[in-house]
Every structure is written in structure tokens, then in C-alpha cells.
Design a protein around this ligand. Structure first.
Ligand code: MF3
Ligand code: CO
Ligand code: CO
Length: 252
């Protein structure tokens, strides 16, 4: 799981610098596909329940599962790139939201606080902690910053399966009573919105969008519960997270 997580982080670090106005999301898909194969892995999204590409690229009002296509990114867009690799029998899953060229202060606020919300969610996790503490921390942060939390898509157990039975809501759901124990591996991947988090679906049955068209951002890590805390698995060998490398400066 460490190696799969590291590979996912490295692939995200490889594709990130290609994000720019004029670049198509199909091109990003190609880069992720090649980088995954080069590491001896398989791109988990490809043919997963019929998903047609090797990565998810979610632009602007797309909440998640955006399918790469021939549209070029435009100055002022925001795009989440969600990389999952299947390596030596297990999956590593991580994503970052990138500004494309110059983005508005609103969008920067959204991206920056979504990143912090992920960190707050992770900080609430640990051995002996209930799963609902994660969503409670994320929702608290979102509320404080005037952002919505998407409820339809949640974090998940991950390992030999891409999505195992464990469910990690990003809002406070007291029903999520599972207690974390050492050895568990799961993702936290909050999707926050500038407006109403209500969700719609394109007729491709994948592309999830905000109903009101407001913009939305997401960050994701794959995590391991250890005896004394949480280990981030989707980091490089020296512990660097893609979200740190592509950090978006807070509004001053
Ligand atoms: N990577 C996504 C997640 O975080 C799942 C994508 S499924 C796909 O769970 F089929 F759309 F790729
Ligand atoms: Co995931
Ligand atoms: Co993902």
C-alpha cells in the first residue's frame, strides 16, 4: 500500500506541471496513463464499472468523476486531477485541485480551504477514533468558511479493492460509528462547494456536477491507521504530498 500510494503521488506530481490554459484533459489522461504503465501499474479507473479513461479530470462545476475529453483548459478554470494506480495487487488513490492560469479570489478561497478541510479531517482520524469524527471536522471547517459539503460522494476503504465496504462521509453523520483500528487503509476526499452542494449527474452517468453550477474543489489522500496515529500513504519517498508541491497561496 505504501508503494502504490507513493506511485500515485509521483504520477500526480508528474502530471501537475502540465496543467495550463490550452491543454486538453485528454492530454492529461495520456500523461497519467503513460506514467502509470511506466511504473508497472494499471490505471484503476480504466474500465472500472465502464469508466472510459485512466484518470478523472473534474473542471469547475464538476464535483468528481469528470471524464477527460478534447476541451482545452481555459485561463481561470479550476481542475481536480484524481489519480488511482493498481500496483502489485493494491490501489493508491490521491487528488489535487489546480488553478489554471489566473483564478478568482473566490476560487482560490475554495481551493485553499478544501485543502485545509482535508487536513482537518485527517487530524480527527486515528486508532480508537470513530469514523464520524472525520466528517464532523470537515463540515465544521467548511461551515466556518462559508462552503458547502457534498454528501453523495464519500471516502472509502481501499486495498486489494478500489472501493471496499468502509464508508467515510465528509459531513457529520453520527451513524458512521466504525472505530478505526491499526492496519485499516482508507481515503478521505472532501468535495467542497462555493454554493449549494446539491448534486446532479450528466447523462454519461459519471460526471457529477453542482446543480446550481457553482464551482467545487476536492483533495484526496490514501491513509493508513497506525498504532499511534495516521500515516499518509500518498506521499513521495521523502514524505512530500502533491498538495504541498502544488499549494495554492491563500488570499492576503
Ligand atoms: N478516484 C475516485 C475516488 O476517489 C474514483 C474514480 S472511479 C472512476 O474514489 F471510475 F471514475 F474512475
Ligand atoms: Co477515492
Ligand atoms: Co480518487
Amino acid at each position: 500500500m505504501r508503494l502504490a500510494g507513493r506511485a500515485a503521488a509521483e504520477i500526480l506530481l508528474e502530471v501537475g506541471p502540465h496543467v495550463a490554459p490550452g491543454v486538453t484533459t485528454d492530454r492529461l489522461d495520456e500523461i497519467v496513463h503513460e506514467a502509470t504503465i511506466a511504473r508497472g501499474g494499471y490505471p484503476s479507473p480504466l474500465n472500472y464499472r465502464g469508466y472510459p479513461k485512466s484518470v478523472c479530470t473534474s473542471v469547475n462545476e464538476v464535483i468528481c468523476h469528470g471524464i477527460p475529453d478534447s476541451r482545452a483548459l481555459a485561463d481561470g478554470d479550476i481542475v481536480n486531477i484524481d489519480v488511482t494506480i493498481f500496483l502489485d495487487g493494491v490501489h493508491g488513490d490521491t487528488s489535487v485541485t489546480f488553478p489554471v492560469g489566473e483564478v478568482s479570489d473566490h476560487d482560490r478561497h475554495l481551493i485553499v480551504e478544501t485543502r485545509v478541510a482535508l487536513d482537518e479531517g485527517i487530524a480527527a482520524a486515528g486508532p480508537g477514533r470513530p469514523v464520524h469524527a472525520i466528517g464532523r471536522a470537515i463540515q465544521k471547517h467548511a461551515n466556518r468558511h462559508g462552503l458547502g459539503v457534498v454528501r453523495e460522494f464519500i471516502g472509502h476503504g481501499i486495498g486489494t479493492e478500489f472501493h471496499s465496504g468502509l464508508q467515510i462521509p465528509h459531513y457529520h453523520d453520527p451513524r458512521a460509528q466504525t472505530v478505526l483500528v491499526p492496519g485499516m487503509t482508507f481515503t478521505v476526499e472532501p468535495m467542497l462547494t462555493l454554493g449549494d452542494p446539491a448534486c446532479g449527474m450528466w447523462d454519461d452517468d459519471w460526471t457529477a456536477v453542482t446543480l446550481d453550477g457553482c464551482r467545487t474543489a476536492q483533495y484526496e489522500h490514501t491513509l493508513l491507521v497506525t498504532e499511534d496515529g495516521i500515516e499518509l500513504l500518498t506521499v513521495t519517498a521523502d514524505g512530500t504530498a502533491p498538495a504541498d508541491v502544488f499549494a495554492v497561496a491563500a488570499i492576503t
